[in-house]
Design a protein around this ligand. Structure first.
Ligand code: ATP
Ligand code: ZN
Length: 210
């Protein structure tokens, strides 16, 4: 039996469940359950916080997972990625106060930047020879400049309206993300076989959607 971890409740949840169902896999869900077993495929689904999914798959607590590439790369486990799933597309961007001057990333030298993605942002800046003070905060990153906590932010942007509402403008795209299927790297031959069946179905679903 394969164990697949998906996000319990959030932006990945619905599309993850839909994908599994479109693969012809039936199961019951209820909001208080932490796991469920499929009735017509040897699959158990675990419902977790997205941040915990890469670590659980790496450790083998779950065999597979569906998670955003942003969370996977931030966790330092990009090697677990099997394939992109084409949903939950978003980008991680740098933004500065609307009134602040900005020409290039070099302008961030020595500045303080609030983010929930210190690893991804850190390597982006390092590749460009910029040293900044990164403040890691887990939520409401956009308000950091207005309360004097940072001079810039790096956060997930979808529409840009949250940035606008906080007097910020987007200046650089740091990382582009989508949901990905991830797998433990030492699956048994039986589980590998089941993973191949599942991937085959997922690919068929994606082809049919196009
Ligand atoms: P959890 O409670 O599980 O920790 P969370 O609040 O960290 O949830 P969500 O906001 O539900 O996470 O986002 C989950 C993932 O969905 C993100 O890591 C990212 O990959 C993707 N995502 C985030 N914002 C958007 C968006 N606006 N549009 C599309 N995908 C997004
Ligand atoms: Zn999370």
């Amino acid at each position: 039996m394969l164990r697949l971890a998906i996000q319990k409740s959030g932006r990945l949840s619905e599309d993850s469940l839909t994908l599994i169902r479109e693969c012809g896999i039936s199961f019951l869900t209820s909001s208080y359950k932490l796991k469920t077993e499929a009735t017509n495929f040897p699959l158990e689904i675990l419902y977790l916080r997205d941040d915990d999914i890469p670590g659980y798959v790496q450790d083998g607590v779950a065999d597979l997972g569906i998670v955003g590439q942003n969370v996977l790369v931030e966790a330092g486990l990009p090697q677990l990625e099997i394939e992109g799933l084409g949903f939950s597309k978003c980008r991680l961007s740098l933004a500065v106060p609307r009134a602040a001057g900005y020409d290039s990333v070099a302008d961030l030298q020595g500045k303080s930047i609030a983010t929930s993605y210190p690893q991804i942002l850190g390597s982006y800046l390092q590749e460009r020879g910029v040293t900044a003070n990164l403040h890691t905060i887990s939520g409401s990153v956009e308000i950091a400049p207005s309360i004097g906590l940072a001079e810039a932010i790096c956060d997930i942007v979808s529409s840009g309206s949250t940035l606008l509402g906080n007097g910020l403008r987007e200046v650089e795209t740091v990382f582009r993300s989508e949901a990905v299927l991830i797998a433990n790297q030492s699956l048994s031959p039986d589980k590998r076989e089941l993973l191949e069946q599942l991937q085959f179905r997922m690919q068929a679903v994606r082809r049919a959607r196009r």
